[in-house]
Design a protein around this ligand. Structure first.
Ligand code: SF4
Ligand code: SF4
Length: 508
């Protein structure tokens, strides 16, 4: 195939990881360049979502025996963190909500108008508010115990994604609204892979930047709709057919990507790039956190999201251990608050405020000791990544705890789905755990500790990057913070935890 070399584009691209390109594994690049590749991952999750809705609304309202609660709160969350730790944001790649995009586009064409997402909402603030609302509701309304409510959340998600897609540009929901997607985006920053340009020089001479803007390719250019730039078939290296190839809906341009924030792993860029120049490269899980990757595009709200995920992760787990029940009972009688939802919302607000204050204080202390008199916001922007890594370690340990206690229960839960509807199936309720109880604490504490070590490494690297000869001083507040948090995390994991969503009682 011949390749036209357009005019060079001015400006330097970002420094990207140069590790092994997973797309060079046999057949993988070819598969992902196929226009229906994403559908292969989405269809199974769509089928699962249908099971969740049907069983949640019309099945037995007993959490450990219902597909809605088991699949959503046990399996989905456990597998999300496994995927993030081992490969990347796999669940956004398979997101069935995006299957509403076709119908949404049709309605959009009928309406004939697309609105602009308000500029004041173009940040992560709304995501932070929605994530907080979900976490408070999860406890206050016992979402994990209600198949019916879980099903309605899934329905609301589909309706919300569809409505926002009808009214606003594609990608708006993922980037500015979806709390689950942004949970994945934030934690994909510690994943060992990232989308990157294989050869930045090719990007430099790529005129249309189809990875961002999309392309249309037809032997007969008259067939093109004119929505994207037309690229003749002769220019497409590793030709992947005629048609429209949309670019990145969350507005990322591959050679300028500093990390995985906002990347839904949709692989549109892989399909759209005419030069087959997009890779999924292996990198250190600490790389994004040590390169100030979010500063230019996302700034403080994104880093604050990572910081809040640390405190919310701790609270989320603490709410399942016995000392919390005693403390909540004491607080309830002391403050005279009888309504559980009010009390939980109050505790959530207090932890959010106190935790954020501690994070600001430690960040400012590190900057001051390092000789920088920066603002609290700038200090948190520097050190927030340390919190993010700590946060991922703890969410991963916590979610894995629940997942491992009930992973195999998905088999009898599905058997029960059919038994409940009159089929001749006998669920085998003895299927539940994936690992023995005795292995749970060492495993989960090991995961939290391993990520605490990564967080400590991130703190050291940030200090070395920004503080020169005073690095050895600047890193200490953060290192002490990491040690304190790691001890707290292991302590929480050592306590008996409510076995939510399983048929078992508390373990010790
Ligand atoms: S990744 Fe492909 S489409 Fe994007 S700028 Fe580089 S060569 Fe062009
Ligand atoms: S098109 Fe954008 S969101 Fe999709 S994989 Fe590429 S960079 Fe990520």
């Amino acid at each position: 195939m011949s390749r036209r070399v357009p005019l060079p584009t001015a400006g330097a691209f970002t420094d990207q990881p140069r590790g092994f390109d997973l797309l060079s594994l046999p057949g993988l690049r070819r598969f992902l360049r196929w226009r229906y590749a994403r559908l292969v991952f989405q269809i199974p999750l769509l089928v699962l979502a249908i099971f969740v809705i049907v069983d949640g609304l019309a099945g037995r309202q007993l959490a450990p025996r219902n597909v809605a609660t088991t699949a959503s709160w046990l399996h989905y969350r456990g597998l999300v963190v496994v995927a993030l730790a081992l490969i990347g944001n796999a669940f956004c790649a398979a997101c069935p909500l995006m299957l509403t995009r076709g119908p949404a586009n049709a309605v959009k064409r009928l309406l004939g108008r697309e609105r602009r997402w308000p500029s004041w909402l173009r940040s992560k603030w709304l995501v932070i508010v929605l994530l907080a609302a979900i976490l408070v509701s999860y406890e206050a309304f016992g979402l994990w115990a209600s198949p019916w409510l879980t099903a309605w959340i899934v329905i609301a998600y589909f309706v919300g994604a569809f409505a926002i897609d009808v009214l606003f540009p594609a990608g708006t929901f993922c980037r500015y609204v979806c709390p689950l997607g942004n949970f994945n985006f934030a934690f994909a920053s510690v994943s060992p892979t990232q989308i990157a340009a294989v050869d930045p020089e090719v990007c430099r001479s790529c005129e249309e930047k189809p990875c961002l803007h999309g392309r249309e390719t037809y032997a007969d250019p008259a067939r093109a709709r004119g929505e994207f730039a037309h690229v003749e078939p002769s220019r497409v290296v590793a030709f992947n057919g005629e048609g429209r190839f949309p670019g990145c809906e969350t507005r990322l341009m591959v050679p300028t990507m500093t990390g995985s924030m906002d990347c839904t792993s949709c692989f549109n860029c892989v399909r759209a790039c005419p030069y087959d120049n997009v890779g999924l490269v292996v990198r250190s899980p600490a790389r994004e956190a040590t390169t100030d990757a979010w500063r230019r595009r996302w700034g403080l709200p994104a880093v604050l999201l990572g910081v809040l995920l640390l405190w919310w992760g701790l609270l989320n787990a603490v709410q399942m251990v016995p000392p919390f029940f005693d403390a909540a009972a004491w607080l309830s009688s002391t403050l005279g608050i009888g309504r559980e939802a009010t009390l939980l919302a109050l505790i959530f607000a207090a932890v959010t405020a106190l935790g954020t204050a501690v994070s600001f204080a430690v960040s400012v202390a590190a900057d001051r000791i390092g000789g920088k008199r920066t603002s609290p916001g700038r200090a948190l922007l520097r050190w927030g990544y340390v919190h993010l890594v700590l946060a991922f370690g703890f969410w991963a340990a916590h979610y894995l705890f629940h997942f491992l206690t009930g992973a195999v229960s998905i088999v009898p839960v599905f058997q029960h789905f059919f038994e409940w509807r009159g089929f001749d199936v006998t669920p085998n309720w003895r299927l539940a755990r994936l690992v023995p109880s005795a292995a749970l604490f060492p495993l989960t504490a090991g995961i939290a500790s391993a990520y605490a070590l990564v967080a400590a490494w991130v703190a050291i690297r940030i200090a070395a990057r920004d503080f020169g000869r005073r690095a050895a001083l600047a890193m200490w507040p953060m290192l002490l913070f990491v040690v304190a948090l790691a001890v707290a995390q292991v302590l929480i994991l050592s306590l008996p935890m409510e076995m939510r969503g399983t048929i078992l009682g508390p373990t010790s």
